[in-house]
Design a protein around this ligand. Sequence first.
Ligand code: NAG
Ligand code: NAG
Ligand code: NAG
Length: 354
Amino acid sequence: MVLLTLSTASSIISMGVIFIFTFLLFLSGYVLQQQSVRSVQQALKPPPDSSYPLARHGSGSTYRNARRDTSYDQLYHGSSNDRQKGNNGNYAYVQLLSTPDPSNICSAILFFHNLSKNGTAVQDRLFMYPQEWDQPSSSKNKKLSKPVSKAISLLRSASIKYNIWLLPIDMTAATSAGYAPTDTKLLRLGQIQFMQYDSVLYVQTPGLLLDTGKLDDLFLSRPLPQRYDQNRRDSWDNEAWISMPLKAERDNALPPVYLVTVSNVGAGQVEARGHIPNGTLPGFGQLAAGPGAAQPSKDDIYDEDRQPGYVFFEHDRDGHVRWAGNPLYGTWRAGLREVCDGLDLDDDIHDDDL
Ligand SMILES: *[C@@H]1O[C@H](CO)[C@@H](O)[C@H](O)[C@H]1NC(C)=O
Ligand SMILES: *[C@@H]1O[C@H](CO)[C@@H](O)[C@H](O)[C@H]1NC(C)=O
Ligand SMILES: *[C@@H]1O[C@H](CO)[C@@H](O)[C@H](O)[C@H]1NC(C)=O
């Protein structure tokens, strides 16, 4: 029988206590370490929605990337569920500019402002522009003028207010091959971003929205061609939409109203289709039209039903908006002043030949 002295017993106990605490300390350190390893792994994981074309379009606007996480995803997921119901597809309006003109930029802002104010049924609004607008003072580009920079910064604020998706497009593929960066080139290089939509409708800026419901009717009132499907007659024989493929080599100007459908047809192939509205189809061809179709409201023969939903303006040779014979010019100018407060657009517009 071993007799323990008091001092031996107490040193055994204190060794035990030290051992227990050391072990607990080790254990808690281990748990903490595992937690931080997990959170590092979490942070390194790619986001689950990385297959969006918008998300993949890497560089450029931090705006879009910042907003991607919130409203956009909700919109996208919300809207893709009811694709089956008639024309209730996933649609977007797009306006685009290949050259930075302050009054045209403001006209696009006015369009999106009007759309959001008057409750469009079309989910998304897109604005496409050359990526170099985002890098105003790079040595390669001519510096953007002050009114242009101001208009672009107003556009950025508007993109948050009116839910506009800004799509900066890298145009070096066209410019390095010696092509002028035209609207057609911009759309051609950027249209891959439309893949998540059933159809996207381009309407030319400058212009003025008169009636949101009527413009929406371009999407909603008639079957759309959408992607080619030999079992769906409307996709290849459509009374309302006339096929007009983009020919970037030849045309500098886009049709003023242009419906684009970009879809993945499998095997790494992407199909892009373009259509213009059938201008002779009664009640449809005039939903978006030139200023000739707009009637001044004081006119004797004024007929609300015959007013277009969207009126696109024409340019003179210098690229200025032609205001002679345009009954909406004054309203449009007032609208620009409203959305581009503080930007002096007068130099830009008033030196027209009369
Ligand atoms: C815009 O919406 C308002 C309120 O919904 C309506 O009163 C007005 O007529 C609409 N304007 C146009 C031009 O559609
Ligand atoms: C355009 O509409 C008119 C009137 O309905 C129709 O006769 C014509 O065939 C249409 N054009 C095309 C290309 O479908
Ligand atoms: C768009 O804005 C202009 C100018 O403010 C206004 O006259 C026009 O009625 C607006 N259109 C819609 C549909 O709200």
